[in-house]
Design a protein around this ligand. Sequence first.
Ligand code: FAD
Length: 417
Amino acid sequence: MAKYSAFAIARQAIGWHEGWERAWRSPQPKSRYKVVIVGAGGHGLATAYYLAKNHGITDVAVVEKGWLGGGNTGRNTTIIRSNYLQDSSAAIYELARGLYEDLSQKLNFNIMFSPRGVLMLGQTEHEMRAWARTWHANRCNGIESELVTPAQGKKIVPMINLDGPRYPVLGGLWQPRGGTARHDAVAWGYARAASDLGVDIIQQCEVTAIDRNGPGGAVSAIRTTRGEIACDKLCIVVAGHSGVLAEMAGFRLPVECVALQALVSEPVKPMIDCVVMANTVHGYLSQSDKGELVIGGGADGFNNYTQRGSFQHIEETVRALIETFPPVSRLRQLRQWGGIVDMTGDRSPIIGKTPVEGIYINCGWGTGGFKAIPGSGWCTAATIAQGAPDAVAAPFGLERFSEGRMIDESIAAAVAH
Ligand SMILES: Cc1cc2nc3c(=O)[nH]c(=O)nc-3n(C[C@H](O)[C@H](O)[C@H](O)COP(=O)(O)OP(=O)(O)OC[C@H]3O[C@@H](n4cnc5c(N)ncnc54)[C@H](O)[C@@H]3O)c2cc1C
């Protein structure tokens, strides 16, 4: 695939930009692959890319029922940070954050990583104690974060009202190298680079059944809307549909699905240059390069598979935010949408083998998996290639639920669930 560069842009400009080749191939599915990955979201595509790049396994297909990046990856509010509480979480999220730093160069695709800083406000004594604990844990894990005073918070986000009617700002946890990236570009960048290495990305191909005719009931093939595809190994990376795919394979997962919604305002001149999260009141915001305020809130309070927004959610989220960010009250809201996220009880992901020989799983990222995409893909690929989890993935195995080895991130996951 031709390299993207300033020279390529100049060359294409002469030809009225009509000579650009497609960013990834759209091949017909083969009858067999060594590895099939279900789900072309960020995690599935990153897994495919690192399988090819780090382990030389290129006989890989990524099958996607819609269009790549059309699930949660293309619907999220793009916050990237690694200031989690538990050691194993810090390891995987910091691996991911570190990989994000030069991902544009590695993929030769501008993912617009913007380490503009993430401020998580403390608006109750309880929350401040939790942030203090997380800050100490971050220091032990070598993650740069700071506990800030209200005055320092006001300096970082001048539009904050420190003395809100219900919840005054008591301080916050600041991660200066956290930030955002362009969500579609992350999916597109991994897709293009994986396709270039020989991975087949097959869109409009829904998996409808999983066959287990291998020795001892091992996986043998998937059935799809585009025919049967045999495989040696299968990795299920379908976020909000993980339980559905697990059921096809004959095992159960401790996840539940809920809609998570977001909205954007009309575009305005620069008013905030970092990401700020007010978790007590269920709201967070940042400003996109187009000038829109990107706003997210808490997850729906009931299980559902609806992939759309609801009016009551706009009202709830904006009402909560204007207490702390009064200028938001004067903005018209432009668009709203939802994604289906898969939540585990300890708010940590599941990565690793399943009870079915040859089937691997990557799910349970809940409301916060975008930030983890590079790290998750990196260690899921290693797990598939070696047939056993690597050191970073090991704590996140499915067996932790039967062994009672929870990785409790209900505080540091930071969005109210
Ligand atoms: C509104 C919202 C805001 C969020 N904000 C943030 C944030 O700021 N920061 C953050 O870190 N995370 C955030 N998240 C979470 C993040 O988006 C997800 O954790 C992450 O994108 C999950 O990626 P994925 O690749 O696992 O899943 P997805 O991107 O959902 O990809 C899974 C794919 O599987 C496909 N699929 C499903 N069933 C089948 C089938 N039977 N056959 C074939 N394909 C199938 C789907 O079509 C989909 O494309 C947010 C999520 C939402 C919804």
